[in-house]
Ligand binder design. Structure first.
Ligand SMILES: NC(=O)c1ccc[n+]([C@@H]2O[C@H](COP(=O)([O-])OP(=O)(O)OC[C@H]3O[C@@H](n4cnc5c(N)ncnc54)[C@H](O)[C@@H]3O)[C@@H](O)[C@H]2O)c1
Length: 267
């Protein structure tokens, strides 16, 4: 997406095998989604070059960039280390963003010694190019112009940007989706309905292809639990029953699609 307007993109990963996989994946995506089929600015019809950059060349890449997005695994300490490093290496006018799904940028910046704390934001994607929304969220220290620039640039690049107007764990969509998952688990725990019944009802009413139980199976029940535990750390008012229900399923080896069984069975 970020290379669709002719600008170069530097992909940086500590694992060279991942860069090769990324390169192959980008080629596949470019073939499946030709430029003409993507929304956004069409003034430049050439793909930008996607350069595979080793960690040693990170500083050089930062000097040529206007935006750096960290996408390292979802661990608070690792994300903080990487954000601190990016702040040290990036010239002060480079925007530094996090793609974290569950940590707000305010939380990640806590305790860091930053030379330019006003240039940080969260920019959370779904599954582009198929699903184009991105949610953009600042910290208390973020300059408003940074948010404005990210809203404009992401739109130009074919994303559908939404501004998260307050610090919000889970952004907008994931937070509402978390409430649906939580209540689904509560309904199951109370024996009100079966997974089959919940998904059939949900699909029939909302005219959507997947119900919440199948969707949780796809994500993985261990991941669903980790996300819910993070919400529960912040919000003491959340019920415990949904987490206990998930813990029992996980203890029985039911992790969803990846283990062959969750709420449903998989081949
Ligand atoms: N998977 C999704 O659908 C999705 C969607 C939206 C946001 N996210 C967010 O994106 C981030 C990454 O998730 P993922 O699923 O792509 O994880 P992943 O584990 O598939 O990829 C993480 C990559 O980071 C690399 N890495 C690890 N430590 C590094 C370091 N110190 N320096 C450079 N590279 C390093 C790894 O080699 C790996 O290639 C998470 O914050 C997640 O919340 C994921």
């Amino acid at each position: 997406m970020w290379s669709r307007c002719g600008r170069p993109v530097h992909l940086v990963d500590k694992n060279p095998a991942q860069l090769e996989r990324a390169s192959r994946e980008i080629q596949k995506l470019r073939q499946a989604w030709p430029l003409a089929s993507l929304p956004g600015d069409r003034s430049n019809t050439e793909w930008g070059i996607a350069t595979m950059t080793s960690l040693d060349d990170l500083e050089g890449a930062m000097k040529k960039s206007w935006l750096a997005i960290e996408c390292v695994p979802e661990t608070r300490t690792l994300k903080r280390t990487v954000l601190q490093e990016l702040d040290t290496l990036a010239p002060a006018d480079v925007i530094v963003a996090s793609n974290s799904s569950s940590f707000t940028i305010s939380e990640l910046l806590q305790g860091l010694k930053l030379k330019a704390p006003d240039r940080f934001a969260s920019i959370h994607s779904y599954w582009p190019p198929e699903t184009t929304p991105v949610e953009i969220m600042g910290a208390e220290s973020t300059r408003p112009e940074i948010i404005e620039q990210l809203m404009i640039e992401s739109k130009v690049h074919g994303f559908q940007p939404f501004h998260v107007r307050q610090t919000s764990t889970g952004y907008i969509y994931n937070r509402i989706w978390a409430a649906i998952k939580r209540e689904t688990l509560q309904v199951l725990d109370e024996g009100v309905a079966t997974p089959e019944e919940i998904d059939s009802l949900f699909k029939a009413v909302l005219q959507t292809p997947k119900g919440p139980c199948a969707q949780m199976d796809t994500v993985g029940l261990d991941v669903v639990l980790a996300i819910e535990e993070h919400y529960a750390e912040e919000r003491k008012d959340l019920p415990e029953a949904p987490r206990t229900y998930l813990q029992k399923m996980i203890a029985d080896g039911k992790l969803g699609v990846k283990s062959g069984e969750g709420f449903f069975k998989y081949e």
